[in-house]
Design a protein around this ligand. Structure first.
Ligand code: NAI
Ligand code: A1CAB
Length: 266
């Protein structure tokens, strides 16, 4: 069987994050990876990673079996129009927020489409990606497409109908955690703590807390209770979470995230 080739259309932030895992784990040899971008400055970085580059999206189509579309949802139609009717026997992977699998199938006249919601931590091999199922895609091709994302972290399968609702959980949420860490560092600085130490302590605590969520078998509420001594400091801190309606803020953030996906989506 011929070795499968990878193409990526759009060589920005997510393409770089995805390719770093693919290259590190040798999911595809570098000479079997072709990346296109209209912006040649983006291609320089990709070339430095060892991949083949082109400004021509059609060339990616020609040189690849699995093609990841990694452009913004606002410009995806131009790319889909370029590919329309020419993707027979190709597997199309879209990471565009809000753009449904149904829509891509209707534009390309192929049902060999996988929709994925990845996140930027793929860049350091600690990503979390949600993917739609195999459909009519041959199993070995689907497995290869999944390995693009599993090479750099956790993957899980979900229905296309849930893809907009999933975005806040993994695609967008790195920004929540970065904001949280930033706010903690600012608060620490106000209390005289060194900025670098504050960031290290906050980030390491996030890492430890995340690992406890994954491995302890305890719920978030149970783990919170373990930290919260009666009459203690955590209880005092959490009264601010209640007063400023933390859970309501997160619920509203999730709603707005999903709402925006439907607004920009099709
Ligand atoms: N940034 C993130 O954290 C995440 C982004 N996504 C999705 O990934 C996609 C890409 O996002 P980013 O990498 O952040 O954007 P980006 O702006 O960094 O990269 C997109 C690239 O596409 C190129 N491009 C634009 N039009 C093109 C065309 N017609 N042909 C070829 N290349 C073209 C741009 O020059 C740019 O380099 C978006 O659809 C977004 O919804 C999904 C999950 C997380
Ligand atoms: O903000 C966005 O639209 C993209 C999708 C998920 C993360 N970034």
């Amino acid at each position: 069987m011929e070795e499968l080739r990878l193409g990526v259309i759009g060589g920005g932030n997510m393409a770089t994050a995805i390719l770093s895992g693919v290259i590190k784990k040798n999911v595809f040899p570098k000479d079997k990876i072709t990346v296109s971008d209209k912006d040649t400055t983006k291609l320089e970085k990709i070339r430095e990673m060892g991949c083949r580059t082109t400004e021509n999206n059609q060339e990616v189509l020609k040189q690849s079996d699995i093609i990841v579309i990694a452009v913004k949802p606002q410009v995806i139609d131009a790319v889909l129009d370029e590919l329309a009717g020419k993707t027979k026997d190709k597997c199309i992977v879209s990471i565009a927020a809000g753009i449904s699998k149904k829509y891509i199938i209707s534009k390309l006249s192929t049902d060999k489409v996988i929709r994925v919601m990845p996140n930027t931590p793929l860049l350091i091999g600690m990503g979390a990606s949600a993917l739609t199922g195999r459909g009519t895609i041959p199993e070995y091709i689907y497995e290869k497409a999944v390995s693009i994302f599993s090479a750099a972290g956790f993957v899980t399968q979900i229905e296309d109908e849930q893809m907009n609702e999933i975005i806040f959980l993994n695609g967008t949420s790195p920004a929540f955690f970065f904001r949280m860490a930033g706010a903690m560092v600012e608060a620490a600085k106000e209390q005289g703590i060194d900025e670098e130490k504050a960031l290290q302590l906050a980030a390491k605590t996030m890492e430890g807390a995340a690992n406890m969520l994954l491995s302890s078998g305890k719920t978030p509420a149970e783990l919170t209770a373990q930290v919260t001594s009666p009459g203690g400091t955590t209880l005092a801190a959490l009264t601010a979470f209640d007063e400023f309606r933390f859970e309501e803020m997160i619920r509203e953030a999730a709603k707005r995230c999903t709402g925006r996906a439907y607004e920009i989506g099709r």
